[in-house]
Ligand binder design. Structure first.
Ligand SMILES: Cc1ncc(COP(=O)(O)O)c(C=O)c1O
Length: 489
């Protein structure tokens, strides 16, 4: 298929989608037949067929045998986001066994992997990385084979410091510590800010890794109510800080995992102010921050724009510890992360020297060379476009196939869908039945110490869209309907 043809059928599909969105064609209304539209637009029948197939994939229209194409019911309905969660009391992490069990199962190879929140390699700049890896192994053998002691490769830190200016953060290479992914960054920051028995505050739901880390360090966790769109409740956090001696607030600032919600710049300032007032530290996870979606393309289902600052941007007394990595944008296997630990820098570097001692040199040199080359922004633009398209397709497919009453948090960034099913659908049971058909998902249970997300699931949308994925999501919807029926009796 030529490029011109590819663009043409997409253009036709886009124009029709816009007509549907603007109500030119209403739900259940017939749209022009393939032949009529091909004549009207003076394009080939096959172009219209391709455009209609795409609109079907996007869930906007459906074919009725012998009758033509119709706008789908409910197509203009915006998904209802999940409700604001409930908070709790500080307690030790109780879900470690469950988290281990689920992750062990999810990490086994499934034919359709919608579980792990990692981008499929086809979304990543692997060819470019290959070139840079070859370059550094050819021209910098000494560097590749030597230790790169904490705080890590200076040229990489300098590149990261430059990029931090995009979020209004003026830091220097010396402020940055390179780590084994965001996980090590979070671990080091958490251990420098807390001691056994301390209490930390997290969003509810939060990335399950926060719960694992808290458990490992013998910390208690208090969950703070969170709005799936707008993040952690500052008011609820203030109440918790008034009541408990909270040592650190661990929070994902932009496009949180699993809700996709972000904290606005205004709220980021309030968080810093609260931390100052109650003398605690903030451990900020911004791993999805470079992945805002194209909100204009998602305007039907999502009207949230990018957040161009991070919590650390507003930090005036060095109490925010910023953590991130290239796992979601360049490749999780590189294990390149970093933190800006502020006042805890010395403690963080010392803890790293005493534990891993140094981060692998080859990925650091490769990443520095790749960033210097200036292709990263171009890659991010195409990644955002691919993910935006997928989020649209995935969320529409969920809307059409999951039981009535299912609520859906469509993110403004990142590549995760957070789905709230009717209360009598157990997400663990859904996982078991889906795994029997080689489809993996992550059940909501592991994102909280509480049981309030037992009917939620998380789907990874950074996987190439095809018929198998579409059928897998539809099948998940069917199983959810079966479970709902069974549990009514
Ligand atoms: C919010 C969040 N933080 C941290 C991590 C861990 O990142 P890394 O693979 O860079 O250690 C993940 C991975 O899924 C994540 O979703």
């Amino acid at each position: 298929m030529s490029n011109a043809n590819t663009t043409l059928y997409r253009q036709v599909a886009q124009d029709l989608a816009a007509d549907i969105e603007q109500g030119v064609y209403l739900a259940e209304q017939k749209i022009p037949s393939v032949r009529k539209l091909s004549k009207q637009l003076q394009v080939s029948v096959s172009t219209i067929n391709q455009a209609y197939a795409l609109l079907e994939d996007q869930g906007l229209i459906r074919a009725k045998p012998q009758a033509g194409y119709f706008v789908r019911k409910g197509v203009n309905d915006e998904p209802v986001p999940p409700p604001v969660s409930q908070g709790g009391q500080p307690k030790a992490v109780t879900k470690v066994e469950l988290i281990n069990h689920i992750l062990e199962n999810v990490n086994k190879k499934s034919s359709i992997d919608l579980g792990c929140a990692i981008p499929n390699y086809s979304f990543l700049p692997y060819r470019s990385l290959q070139t840079h890896m070859q370059k550094v192994t050819r021209f910098n053998m000494e560097g590749v084979f030597n230790y790169e002691f904490s705080p890590g490769l200076e040229s990489l830190r300098a590149q990261i410091a430059l990029r931090m200016r995009d979020v209004g953060l003026r830091c220097h290479a010396d402020d940055i510590v390179i780590t084994q992914g965001c996980s090590e960054a979070l671990h080091l920051c958490l251990s420098s800010a807390t001691q056994r028995g301390d209490i930390i505050a997290v969003e509810s739901p939060c990335y399950y890794g926060f719960l694992q880390m808290a458990n490992l360090r013998g910390l208690k966790v208090i969950e703070i109510p969170t709005d799936p769109n707008h993040g952690i409740s500052v008011d609820a956090l203030k109440l918790a800080l008034e009541q408990w001696p909270i040592k650190a607030i661990m929070v994902t600032s932009r496009y949180s995992n699993p809700t996709g919600g972000s904290i606005s710049s205004e709220k980021q300032k309030q968080l810093v102010e609260l931390a100052r007032q109650f003398d605690c530290q903030i451990i900020e996870d911004d791993i999805y921050g470079e992945l805002p979606l194209d909100s204009s393309a998602l305007s039907v289902i999502c009207e949230k724009g990018p957040v161009n600052t991070v919590i650390k941007t507003h930090d005036t007394d060095d109490r925010v510890m910023y953590c991130s990595s290239y796992s979601k944008t360049v490749g999780p296997g590189l294990r390149i992360g970093w933190c800006i630990p502020g006042r805890n820098k010395k403690a963080v570097i010392q803890a790293q020297r005493f534990s891993t001692m140094a981060t692998s040199s080859l990925p650091q040199l490769t990443m520095a060379s790749y960033l210097q080359n200036g292709h990263y922004d171009k890659h991010l633009r195409s990644l955002r476009q691919m993910v935006t398209e997928n989020i649209k397709l995935f969320s529409q497919t969920v809307q059409y196939n999951f039981p009535k009453g299912t609520r859906l948090s469509v993110p403004a960034g990142g590549f995760i869908l957070w789905i709230c099913m009717p209360e009598n659908v157990s997400s663990i049971e859904l996982l078991h039945r889906a795994q029997a058909e080689s489809i993996s998902i992550i059940p909501g249970d592991i994102f909280s110490n509480s049981d309030q997300f037992n009917h939620y699931i998380r789907l990874n949308c950074a996987t190439p869209w095809n018929e198998d994925v579409k059928h897998a999501i539809a099948r998940l919807g069917e199983i959810a309907q079966e479970l709902e029926g069974e549990n009514k009796c």
